[in-house]
Design a protein around this ligand. Sequence first.
Ligand code: SF4
Length: 250
Amino acid sequence: MVMPSSSPAELAASLDRQLASVPLQERLRIVAGLDGRAVFTTSLGIEDQVITAAIGLGRFPIDVSTLETGRLFKETVDLIAETEERFGIAIKRFYPKPDDIDAYAAKFGLNGFYESVEARHACCHVRKLVPLAEALSGARFWITGLRRSQSGNRAATPFAEYDAERDLIKVNPLADWSLDDINAYVEAESVPTNPLHKKGYPSIGCEPCTRAIKPGEPERAGRWWWENDEKRECGLHVPEAATSLVPTPA
Ligand code: SF4
């Protein structure tokens, strides 16, 4: 049983144990019932569509937000409106600051992210991390669609953990779901999904940084494929220290 008066780290540990034994809908119901605002950030990927569907169908008081980076596929942007209509919810868009984009372009070039890891992290910082901080402002719980089987980097994903850097509790209600579980839910609930998934894109981010994968490749092999680091991420789900090349936006 979650103790509301616990420290954030104790609450996260307790929540982690409690969520392990219940299904998705109950996981969301428990988090929605705790004191404090819960925010789910969706990339409109298939995992996130499952969570959005569960929130919409359960009518849970959880904010659904997305980071509109300005470099998304048209299919992704179209899916935002389709999802809102399907589940009768409002998805709040968070955009990068125009001044940050200008400063990035002046320093690295608009597509400078292909040239170095530093430039790539800097782009993700201004287009994703800064808007994410805005989306999570004032939240006590951050719900994500991370799954353990997505990549080796995510293999130890807990159901709940205290994010000391952001001072909130990160909740991963699909941590133990397989891709087969995801597909079965999508089928059962007629969840709208990005048409790019059927064209070889299991993981979809910004258009210039995502390619289709080949048969047998890991799910996230099409993300920032030109980089050699097996653990490449955009910085949303790794500590800031791990992306220390990220400059402070102008
Ligand atoms: S995924 Fe690519 S385009 Fe999108 S924010 Fe990161 S570097 Fe920029």
